[in-house]
Design a protein around this ligand. Structure first.
Ligand code: GLU
Length: 292
């Protein structure tokens, strides 16, 4: 066993898809190659959308793929006091502000009303508000410029093949000030992930390339909270025959459906462009990235 620790961190809001399989298998293969540890973490802060049935189905799919992990797994819904403490620490640093804007307000401020469009870039409407004014209807945002002024220049290390090297965390600015505590749940994906990656001693995070900007935000939070920074491995996204990115919630790509149709775990590995499980020990043909 070496010091390498990675994790797969699904949200139990639906079935596992091919994109999840690529993340989980890549993390598993890298942990095995390093003689390290693979962890499963259940990211269930959004209790209105998460279901224990999905949690069980996810564990079942992962075991079928050949993965194993130490029990009990960490469940984020048990960790709210740790997230609150981290938020309080950030508030003490003066880098947070309460925000009462709805998506509609933000669109109106940008005069770009578009039904169903992705979340618009936050224009900073509430940036002047003080935390002392925060009320129950407010979300809490991180003032990125103030945060970066405090931390100084920051970079994270990318170990994956897509964009290897060092990346400036200031790339987070392009997406606007992120919400660190949603008004409904009092925390957020970014804050919970940073607190838990540190608590679990994660040394490398494997995730999809769609989370590259999220990684930059997390790097800033790690610096503000004095937490160690893992390295990152962003993998390519699974695409359909036409080269379009598969939607995360595309149930047609659920592993359960491939299983029911008779696919083997190695079939899934091939579909997501990975070597069969025995590769390296037995002779196999070169892997091909198959469109699905
Ligand atoms: N719960 C997140 C997801 O399912 C985890 C992503 C990550 O931090 O690796 O997308």
């Amino acid at each position: 066993m070496t010091g390498y620790v990675t994790r797969f961190a699904p949200s139990p809001t639906g079935p596992l898809h091919l994109g999840h399989a690529l993340s989980a298998l890549t993390a598993w293969d890298r942990a095995r190659a390093a003689g390290g540890t693979f962890l499963l973490r259940i990211e269930d802060i959004d209790t209105a959308r998460c279901r224990t049935e999905w949690e069980a189905a996810i564990a079942d799919d992962l075991r079928w793929l050949g993965l194993a992990w130490p029990e009990p797994v960490l469940r984020q819904s048990d960790r709210m006091p740790a997230y609150r403490a981290a938020l309080a620490r950030l508030a003490d640093l003066g880098v947070l502000y309460p925000c009462r804007c709805t998506r509609g307000d933000i669109r109106a401020a940008l005069s770009a009303p578009q039904e169903g469009a992705p979340a618009p870039l936050y224009p900073g409407t509430c940036r002047g508000r003080a935390m002392a004014d925060a009320g129950p209807g407010d979300a809490i945002r991180l003032d990125l410029s103030r945060a970066l002024a405090l931390t100084g220049p920051l970079a994270f290390d990318e170990a994956g093949p897509l964009r290897p090297g060092r990346h400036d965390a200031a790339l987070a600015l392009a997406d606007g000030d992120p919400v660190l505590a949603r008004r409904d749940i009092g925390t957020s994906y970014a804050l919970a992930v940073v607190v838990d990656d540190a608590a679990q001693g994660v040394t490398e995070v494997v995730r999809g390339a769609d989370l590259f900007a999220a990684t930059a935000v997390q790097t800033i939070l790690q610096a503000l909270l004095g937490l160690p920074r893992p390295t990152y491995w962003h993998h390519d996204l699974i695409r359909d025959d036409a080269g379009r990115r598969l939607a995360k919630r595309d149930d047609a790509r659920a592993l359960a459906l491939y299983r029911a149709a008779g696919a083997t775990p190695d079939d899934i590995r091939r579909m997501v462009g990975l070597q069969p499980a025995g590769a390296g020990r037995i002779s196999t043909s070169a892997p091909s990235r198959t469109a699905v």
